[in-house]
Design a protein. Sequence first.
Lengths: 762, 121
Amino acid sequence: MDMNEIKEIFFQECEEQLAELESGLLKLNDGDRDPETVNAVFRAVHSIKGGAGAFGLDDLVSFAHVFETTLDCVRSNRLDPGPEVLKVMLKSADVLADLTNAARDGGSVDEARSRQLIKELEALANGEVPQASAVAEPVAKAAPVVAAPVVNDEGFQPVAFSFDDFETDEPALMEMPTYEIVFKPKSDLYAKGNDATLLLRDLSRLGEMSIHCDMDALPTLDRLSPETAYFSWKVSLKTDKGEDAIRTVFEFAEWDCDLDVSLVSGDAAPAGEELPMQPVPFDLSILDDEPVGPIGVIEEEEQLAAQQEIRNAAVAAAGTASNVLQMAQSAARAPAEKSAGAAASAAAQSAAAQQAAASAATPTIRVDLDRVDRLINLVGELVINQAMLSQSVIENDANGTSSINMGLEELQQLTREIQDSVMAIRAQPVKPVFQRMSRIVREIADMTGKSVRLITEGENTEVDKTVIDKLAEPLTHMIRNAVDHGLETPEKRLAAGKSAEGTVRLTAKHRSGRIVIELADDGAGINREKVRQKAIDNDLIAADANLSDEEIDNLIFHAGFSTADKISDISGRGVGMDVVKRSIQALGGRINISSKPGHGSVFTMSLPLTLAVLDGMVVTVANQTLVVPLTAIVETLQPEAAAIHSFGSNQRLISIRNSFCPLVDVGRILNFRASQADPVEGVALLVESEGGGQRALMVDAIQGQRQVVIKSLEANYTHVPGIAAATILGDGRVALILDVDTIVAASRGQSLKPEMSLAAAG
Amino acid sequence: MKKRVLTVDDSRTIRNMLLVTLNNAGFETIQAEDGVEGLEVLEEANPDVIVTDINMPRLDGFGFIEGVRKNDRYRAVPILVLTTESDAEKKNRARQAGATGWIVKPFDPTKLIDAIERVTA
C-alpha cells in the first residue's frame, strides 16, 4: 500500500465522517443532548483533521481545527448547542465538506465563506452567542481560539520552559558548553513504562557524557520496596545541542522525575557540591546491546543491590514461608473445580463482550463495487439459464412428475433466493442522499431568506445502490423547488397564520416491493389558476379545456413549465419538473403530485428497489411477446362484449364494477397492427398510471408471470418510445418490456403519438 | 526478533499509515480499532510497545491505557499516545492514566519511529 492508496482511504473515510458529522449535528438540532452524540461529532472533525494533517492539507487542517475547538466547548459544556450555534456548525460542516472535496479533486472553495465561518466559530468558542440569544456563558472560561492554524503544537509545558523556539538553532558556540543534569526519577516513571536507562542512553547521544549514580537513598534491604525508585543520576554533558534538546530527552519523563539542568560555564564545576562528582566514562556500546538484562554500570549496581535485598527479604520472610506453602498446596488441590468455573465465567464474559460488540456495530467488509456488479450480472445469467433449462425440461417431459422436475423447482427457488441475497448486497439505506438534501435546504433557505426545517423519515430504508446514485439529482431539484416555489416567505407565512419556519418533510418507505419517497412541504400549494393560465399561454392545453385539479397539478411536469413569476437563481436553472419526471421514469419510477391550496404540496415518487430485475407478466400482443411490469398491474380480466362501449371515432371504454375505464389496445399503440383487435378475444390488464388514473391495456393473451432480468435497450440498441427495456426469456427469445406510463400517455392522444412507432424505430 | 507494536486507532486512514510506517521500519504491527478491541487483543498481540489514539468510540485512549496498566503483564509496557491535542490537560490525563509518552499529530513517520525508539530498548 502506498501513500496514494492511503489518501484514497482517507477521502473515503472523510465522506463517512462528514455524514456522521452532519447526522450528529442534526440530532443535536432536534434537541438530542446525549454526550455520545457530541463526542461522535467531535471525533468526526477530529479524525478529518488528523488525517488531513498527515497529508499536509493545510486549509482543511486549519478549518477543522477551529471547528474542533468550538465543538470541544460544546463537549465540555461551555457552549450550549442552541439553534443559532447549530446553524453555524451545520454551515461549517458544509464548508468542511467543500474543503475536503477541493482537497481531493482540486477545485476551489468559497474562501470568503470559510473565513466568515472561522470567525463565527471563534466567536462561539469565545463565548459569544450569535444574535444575542441570552445565554449566560462565562466568557472567561471559554477557550481562546487561535486564528492561525495550530499545527505545530509543541505547547505542552507544565514546567516553566518553552518549546516555542524548539526548531531554532542555538547560536553556534565556539566552545561546546557543558551542562550538568541532575535526574531523580520517581517510582511513577517506571510505572508508566519509562526507563531511566533509555533516557540516559538518549542523553548520551547528544554529546560527550560522564555520569554518576547516587545510591544514597537506597534503604537497608529489609525496608526496601521493590517498586520504589531510589537512585538518582548526575550527568555532565558536553553538547552543542542546547538545553532544549536535553529537556526534550526527558519530555516524556519530566512529570515523574526531578530534573535539574544547568549550564556549567567552561570546565569549572560549580562550587558547593552536595555529591562528589565521580566521572565515570560512559560506554555507549553497552547501552546499545539488545538484552535488557544487566545494562551498563548503573544497572550492575542496581543488580547488586537487588540481589542483596532478595537475600535479606528471604530471611525476613522465612517465618511466613510455611504459610505460603500451605496456601499453595490447598490451591493445588482444587484446580479442577476452579478451572471449570473459570472457563464458564470466561465463556460468559466473552459472550457478553461479543454481544456488546454486536450492538455497537455489525461487522462489515468493504467490497469493490465492480465485484458485486459482476456477481449480479452472473446471477442474472443464472436466472435466464435456469429459466431456459426449466422450459426445455417442460417441453421434453410433458407429464411433469419426474424427479428432474422436482429438482428443477428447487433450483428455481434457490436461484430466486440467491438473486434476492445478491441484490441485498447492493442495497443501501437512502440516508446519504437524504443527508445531502439537508445541506441543499440550508443553502436555498439562505439564498431565499426563508426559514426552513427539513424533517427526514425512513432514512434507513434500503434500495439498490444504482437507484440511490440516480436519486440525488431529481431529489435535489425537487427540494429546491419545494423551498423556492413551495414555501412562502416568513412574512407571508405569518400573515397566513402559519409559523415563520416552513417545513419540508422527506420520507422513504417500502411499499409493495417498491420504494416510495415523499416530499411534502407546508407551503402555499399549487396555484392552480396560475398553472392553468400558464398552460394556456404555452399552448399546452386549450383555453376551454376541462381539467380536474389533479390534472392541473400534473401540468407542472410538462416541459418548459415554471410557475415562479421571475426565474430565480435557484430553481430556474433551465431544469424543470419535466426533467425530474423523466429521470424518475428512466429509473422505472413514477412521480405524482397532490396539492392542497394553502396547506402545501406532496410529491410522491415510487421507484423499483432494483434496476436489475423485474417481476413481469409475459403477454402476447400481435404474435409478439411483451413483458408488463407486475407493479403496474392492478388486476387482469376477460372482457365481456357487454362491458365494452364505443364512443367517439375510435375510442372504447370498458365498464368495471360500475365505472368506466378507457380501453387501450397495446398492439395498436405500438403499431404492431393497423386496426384495433376485438377486446373480447383478448385479456384486459387494468393498470394504474402515474396520474392515478386507470386504464385497461388490451393484450391478446397472458403467457405467465416471471421474474425477468432487465437488459437495457438504450445501451444495446436505441431508445424506443413505449418500451422501457428488454429481457431474455427462458426459450432464448428477446422480449420487450412495456413502458406502461408512456403507453397510457400515448393513448390519451397526446403529442407522443406520431413518434410512437416501432416500425419507424426499426 | 522484530519488535511488536500494538496500534489502537479508530481512523482507517491513520491505521493504514501506522501500518505502512511501522512495517517499513521493521516492526511487527498488530492493529485494533478502539480501546475495547485493543484490550481484547492485548494478550494475543503481546506488544513491546503500544501506540494509541485518544478519541475513540466505545472506549477512549484514557480508558484503554488504564486497562493495560491494570494487566500485571503489561503494566510497564511503554504506551505512546497519538494525539492532535495540544492542551496540557489531555496529556496530563493520558499521563495519569499511565501513558509513557506522546506523538503529536500531524502524523509524521520519523517522529513516530523516533518516539518508539526512545521508549524501547
